[in-house]
Write a protein that binds this ligand. Structure first.
Ligand SMILES: [Zn+2]
Ligand SMILES: [Zn+2]
Length: 556
């Protein structure tokens, strides 16, 4: 029976280009997951959008002498372009600047206010005496009260991932002028997180299928006790607070950005022609997955669930498979020091599948992993080209030349051939289970082990030699090998959609890989093949030095 799967993906701030850390952490995994479920015949909705509000945007605009609107338009376009080139298959990638998002956010705000889960209180807000302005959280810099890292901001510490409020920051400074801020009272709205503490704790305890790191991090945070949190701010960029007397204030970005999952679904439903269709992904039998980086866990395992509990009739997250971080050449990724590989740069020079391959087989699922250009070249040349690409190339070229470009007819299978086909079926089943539970790294390793086994089989059978004395034996071995290729195009499709689609066409199949289902489809004997071309290209070792040299040069 087909399942319904909602996939919410972290909303990137439209304040700069995406880098490989973003892709490995939050964008590639949901795409693999969505493609897998679509191939299974499940109903999938994958949404996200650019986060256009919040002070990262105003900071960037001030730095570049542009308006916040110009900044978000520029990067939103760039995101869309990157998704298309990398093959991240969103059903909708919108943004938080839409009238629809403001409307849905205000509805949630007013409903929670009405139910007493949001209340008004006076709050001490940092005010810079030199700049003569209230300072948004990100405009406060100082030391983290939890881990003592010196790079904490007034909203969050990137080092330990904990959300912070500006009053908690030790030795606070104004990021515009370095002055120590004063604190002045200002009236704001608060989300009554304390009201949800017991329900959240009971709910999280049941989520034993969550990744250990996500579960433990959330439990530790809950056990430390929740505090009510202000959800409005004295800023000029963002969604207006929908209450009289609050004209100068806006909804705080973390409160409204998570609502984007719901508003995007409503936008998608409206454009599908059935405005009520959003319900099918938010109510009743549907599993909701949220793919994020580990710095975002609390917002998706505590704050967003609390808002949903308060709003009451929408599904809570089923799973939040947050990834850990990707380091670059052994060092922590840093955008300010340009210690990063930028996605648009990568895509301007290389194909998407080699990157998708490396980030999948080396995914930071349960611990940080490292990206290096040397490994990128090695994995491309030794694994994609030499193992998988070469298997495809030698089978298809030989069949194309020696069997009139058609799938040959198999004779009786010996036990060696039967064992390989059994391994192909086992791989489909094993990967089914692994992908279903978001174990991506193990899944792709299992596919590559099938490719290796098929290479060994071909070496043993040597159909290019046997064809001279025993054409049927050669045809049988090639038929078995082609069947394994058919399996590989399916199981590798979630990871390597571009090369899988090519292989699908080389094998003479029509339409798209995912229409063919998650099954071992034996290509019928006589099926016409397309002239094969190499699936991957060998990369020159020289690019390792060239690319590594680009790191660390500040360019903006
Ligand atoms: Zn910290
Ligand atoms: Zn200042």
């Amino acid at each position: 029976m087909s399942e319904r799967i909602f996939i919410g993906v972290a909303w990137p701030y439209a304040d700069g280009p995406l880098h490989l850390g973003h892709i490995a952490g939050a964008y590639l995994p949901p795409d693999i997951f969505a493609r897998y479920h679509r191939t299974k015949g499940n109903e999938v909705l994958m949404v996200s959008g650019s986060d256009q509000h919040g002070t990262p945007i105003t900071i960037k605009a001030e730095q570049e002498g542009k308006t916040p609107g110009e900044i978000v338009t520029q990067y939103h376009q760039q995101f869309l372009d990157s998704w298309q080139k990398l093959g991240i298959s969103f059903d909708l990638f919108t943004n938080t600047g839409t009238a629809n998002h403001a409307k849905v956010s205000c509805d949630i705000f007013l409903t929670l206010l009405d139910k007493g889960y949001i209340y008004k209180a006076s709050m001490s807000q940092p005010f810079c005496p030199l700049c003569q302005r209230f300072l948004p959280d990100r405009y406060i810099e100082g030391t983290c009260p939890y881990c003592n890292s010196s790079g904490a901001r007034g909203d969050q510490c990137d080092e330990c991932g904990k959300p912070i409020s500006p009053v908690e920051v030790i030795n606070p400074r104004c990021r515009l002028c370095g002055t120590t801020p004063q604190f002045k009272d200002s009236e704001h709205f608060f989300l009554k997180l304390t009201a949800f503490e017991d329900r959240l704790l009971a709910w999280v305890k049941q989520q034993t299928h969550w990744r250990q790191n996500v579960f433990n991090f959330t439990m530790r945070y809950l056990e430390g006790g929740l505090k009510d949190r202000a959800i409005t701010r004295d800023i000029e960029w963002g969604i207006l607070v929908p209450v009289d007397g609050f004209e100068g204030k806006r909804l705080y970005v973390w409160f409204e950005a998570v609502i984007g999952y719901l508003s995007a679904t409503k936008e998608w439903a409206k454009s599908s022609g059935d405005e009520e269709r959003w319900r099918s992904f938010w109510q009743g039998e549907v599993k909701s997955y949220y793919f994020i980086g580990k710095d975002n866990i609390i917002f998706h395992t505590i704050i967003w669930p609390a808002m949903l509990m308060g709003y009451n009739d929408l599904n809570l997250p089923y799973d939040v498979p947050a990834n850990e971080f990707l380091t670059i050449e052994g060092k922590r990724l840093s955008t300010s020091r340009n210690w990063a590989v930028w996605l648009p740069d990568y895509l301007s020079r290389y194909d998407p599948d080699p990157l998708r391959y490396l980030l999948s087989i080396n995914m930071p699922e349960t611990g940080d992993t490292d990206f290096s250009w040397r490994e990128f070249v090695r994995r491309n040349n030794d694994e994609l080209v030499a193992t998988y690409g070469n298997l495809v190339q030698r089978v298809l070229t030989f069949v194309y030349r020696s069997f009139d470009g058609c799938v040959p007819m198999s004779g009786e299978l010996d036990s060696r051939s039967q064992a390989l086909l059994n391994k192909a079926k086992d791989t489909l089943n094993t990967m089914d289970g692994l992908l279903y539970h978001c174990h991506f790294k193990e899944a792709i390793r299992s596919a590559m082990s099938l490719a290796q086994e098929a290479n060994r089989y071909l070496d043993e059978k040597s159909p290019w030699k046997t064809i001279k004395q025993d054409r049927q034996a050669s045809a049988t071995a090639l038929y078995v090998a082609i069947s394994v290729l058919s399996c590989l195009r399916t199981v590798l499709y979630p990871f390597l959609p571009f090369s899988s689609q090519k292989l699908h066409e080389f094998l003479g199949f029509k339409g798209n890989v995912e229409d063919d289902g998650w099954q071992l489809h034996f290509p019928p004997p006589g099926q016409k093949l397309l002239p094969p071309e190499p699936l991957f290209s060998k990369l020159d070792e020289g690019l390792v030095d060239e690319e590594t040299r680009r790191l660390g040069h500040v360019r903006f």
